[in-house]
Design a protein around this ligand. Structure first.
Ligand code: 3H9
Length: 648
């Protein structure tokens, strides 16, 4: 396949790169760009060059699949320098996204123009690396250091308008981008050319600027943003060539690091998850009208998420008062989005327009999908499905949001079992990205495909799970909590367990997290199982709940909390309560605590794989990252355990 094609029109060469799916800079692309610069430099008919890309986007960056292999010449920094040093000025014409190496190529060009919908960014830190082809050295020369620090250390994309204002782009062009860019090139030739970016001046910044920037970059929790900041600082304090050498060295050091490997693993897992190979040829059912049963926290969040995706929503509640509360909860989510500047007044009004409510199931006659999100009680849920069976179309997908109950028992006897599905959202459902999709034995492939299509529409991260108590995520959570209690029983202070998991990268340790969510939910489940005659051993958490300590909402759980203060305080009451069950104090190093808990997660993950509940280790990693705060840069428990214990 020809990667680069070129046509020449009145002295302007139009070079088009076509390397699907995202025009990544493979070794072959780098070679082709280099050779094209040589050819066009030698062509007396060519006065300027426009670089465009075929397909959905401009160059999306280096080819991440090559990162596990030794670098191959020509290296990208040299290609960028070759374009910058070309005898004829190059104009990058950006549509879609110019990311990472793609933006670096554009910065090697003498001009950058873009379609109004284009985005630019240097997302390398989100892959655990730093830009490796002058992103930290050329960017500040175009936009100034403060803006460069923001772009490079956050990894965020900028829309074209912002990039234009900052000086990263020279023009945003309406209409046909290629033609407009050729016109731009012709006009540019009529005036003196600007200096190449590498030749532009850059002043050092005061010490306080770097102190503040380090504080911000450290918040990410992993090495790359801080390393990128060091490169940016070098760019402003050392000559261009020295700064380039520092950036390259940092890039090559970080590229094989465990964090970068982990982030690459997550990158590919996240891209594969929404489109499972097994459903490649299965068309989902159309989705436009959604019914949500239950307007509690979960139902309101699901309704808000569906409205955000443009789906019409009917909320069903059992009586008028509950319906008013439920609708108000959804409206409050819209209000919050508007207050944070995420929704315009007009869009806010449109969100409400597509939301209605009813206390009668007959409103669901035209629904394409109904999601049951009522109280976690099997009898209540069964009654809901019986109603749905009576009122919904035979081809409407009927889903339960249960966290622990067996979807088969909830939907038993409802006609057309092929339309049943588990859709396990996480709270708050309009925020949390994870969606566990749980097919029943009878679920039709197109119904399963509809679950994935819904996830894509809602911008969620879907993972298929088999049926078991707690599916993937909550089953691993249960095992992790048991392991954490086990550490406490053998004498590790619980505050040390929490501190170790925070040091590992979680926002909160397992005990702090239980205090926030409430200890009573899991307690009631265990009590329910005990009432059913199951042998569920007494946990330390049970002791606390029986003593009235259900978490922050009761002023104390594993920790004490002062009135109006969410900071956990070690609790003498808890120490006394647990004393009979806990060995003498026996602290463990934080690494050993984290290894024990992550090891427990991975071991439960292995069991889930063996039972066929989870389909792949990467699915388990996505569940823990998107639903349970596992640090991305550790790659998820399966990845982390395999890295440390390759035999797993
Ligand atoms: C870098 O550039 C380092 C340099 O500074 C220094 C070098 C020396 N490589 O996301 P999608 C695949 S680091 C390889 O679903 P969209 C992806 O796996 C790089 N493959 O599309 C998927 O494959 P498949 C910095 C890549 O339209 C397919 O393309 N750049 C790459 O929703 C479609 O992906 C980035 O981090 C890649 N770089 O979104 C940009 N990118 O079809 C990362 C994608 O087999 N990419 N693939 O499943 C993106 O953000 C999005 O892909 C993009 C398109 C916004 C471009």
């Amino acid at each position: 396949m020809t990667l680069l094609t070129c046509r020449i029109d009145e002295g302007i060469a139009c070079v088009t790169l076509d390397n699907p799916p995202v025009n990544a800079l493979s070794a072959a692309v780098r070679r082709a760009l280099w050779d094209m610069a040589e050819t066009l430099d030698a062509d007396p008919d060519v006065r300027a060059v426009v670089l465009t890309c075929a397909g959905r986007t401009f160059i999306a960056g280096a080819d991440v699949r090559e990162f596990g292999q030794p670098p191959v010449e020509p290296h990208l920094p040299d290609v960028v320098a070759r374009l910058e040093g070309a005898a004829k000025p190059w104009v990058a014409a950006i549509h879609g996204a110019a990311l990472g190496g793609g933006l670096e190529v554009a910065m090697g060009c003498r001009f950058r123009v873009a379609a109004p919908t284009a985005r630019v960014g240097l997302p390398e830190v989100s892959l655990g690396i730093v830009p490796g082809a002058s992103g930290t050295v050329r960017t500040p020369r175009l936009v100034g250091m403060a803006a460069a620090v923001d772009l490079v250390t956050s990894g965020r994309h900028w829309p074209a308008a912002k990039a234009l204002e900052a000086g990263l782009l020279d023009a945003v062009l309406e209409g046909d981008l290629t033609e407009a860019a050729m016109g731009f090139a012709r006009r540019a030739l009529e005036e003196d050319l600007p200096d190449p970016v590498s030749a532009r001046p850059l002043s050092p910044m005061p010490e306080e600027f770097w102190t503040e920037a380090r504080k911000m970059a450290a918040r990410a929790g992993h090495a790359a943003p801080l390393a990128a900041l060091d490169c940016l600082r070098c760019a402003s304090e050392a000559p261009f060539a020295e700064a380039m050498a520092k950036e390259r060295e940092t890039f090559l050091t970080l590229r094989p690091s465990p964090e970068a490997q982990a982030l690459r693993h997550v990158f590919f897992a996240e891209r594969a998850a929404p489109r499972p190979a097994a459903l490649k040829d299965v068309a989902p059912r159309a989705l436009q009208r959604v019914g949500v049963i239950g307007g509690g926290t979960m139902g309101a969040g699901i309704a808000a998420a569906c409205r955000e995706a443009g789906l019409e929503v009917v909320l069903i509640e059992r009586d008028d008062a509950a319906l008013v509360r439920g609708l108000a909860a959804v409206e409050a989510i819209f209000d919050g989005a508007m207050a944070r500047g995420k929704l315009s007044q007009a869009d806010r009004a449109a969100r409400s327009d597509g939301l209605s409510g009813s206390t009668g199931y007959d409103r669901l006659a035209e629904a394409d999908l109904v999601i049951e999100a009522v109280f976690e009680d099997a009898a209540v849920k069964r009654a809901v499905f019986a109603e749905l069976g009576r009122h919904c179309r035979a081809d409407a997908v009927l889903a339960t949001n249960t966290s622990y109950l067996d979807p088969r028992s909830l939907t038993e006897g409802v006609p057309h079992p092929e339309r049943m599905l588990g859709l396990h959202f996480f709270s708050p459902a309009h925020v949390m990205k994870l969606l566990e999709i749980v097919p029943l034995p009878e679920t039709a492939p197109e119904v399963l495909a509809t679950g994935f299509a819904l996830a894509r529409a809602l911008g969620k991260m879907p993972v298929q799970a088999g049926i078991c108590e707690g599916f993937i995520g909550n089953r691993i959570l249960k095992r992790t909590r048991a392991e954490a209690e086990q550490l406490v029983r053998r004498g590790v202070p619980l505050a040390q367990v929490d501190a170790a998991m925070r040091a590992y990268g979680f926002r909160m340790g397992p005990f702090e997290a239980q205090d926030l969510g409430g200890l009573d939910i899991a307690f009631l489940q265990r009590e329910g199982a005990r009432a059913d005659g199951q042998d569920v051993p007494e946990t330390l958490g049970d002791l606390l709940v029986r003593a009235g300590r259900k978490g922050q909402k009761t002023g104390g759980g594993w920790y004490d909390y002062a009135e109006g203060d969410r900071r956990p305080q070690v609790s003498p009451t808890v120490e006394a309560l647990l004393a009979p069950h806990v060995a003498a104090a026996d602290p463990l190093p934080p690494e050993a605590i984290a290894a024990a808990l992550v090891g427990a997660m991975a071991a439960e993950g292995q069991a889930l794989l063996a039972e066929g509940i989870a389909q792949a280790p990467a699915d388990i990693d996505l569940v823990k990252i998107h639903g349970y705060g596992f640090p991305r840069w550790k790659g998820g428990p399966m990845f982390a355990a395999a890295l440390e214990m390759p035999s797993i």
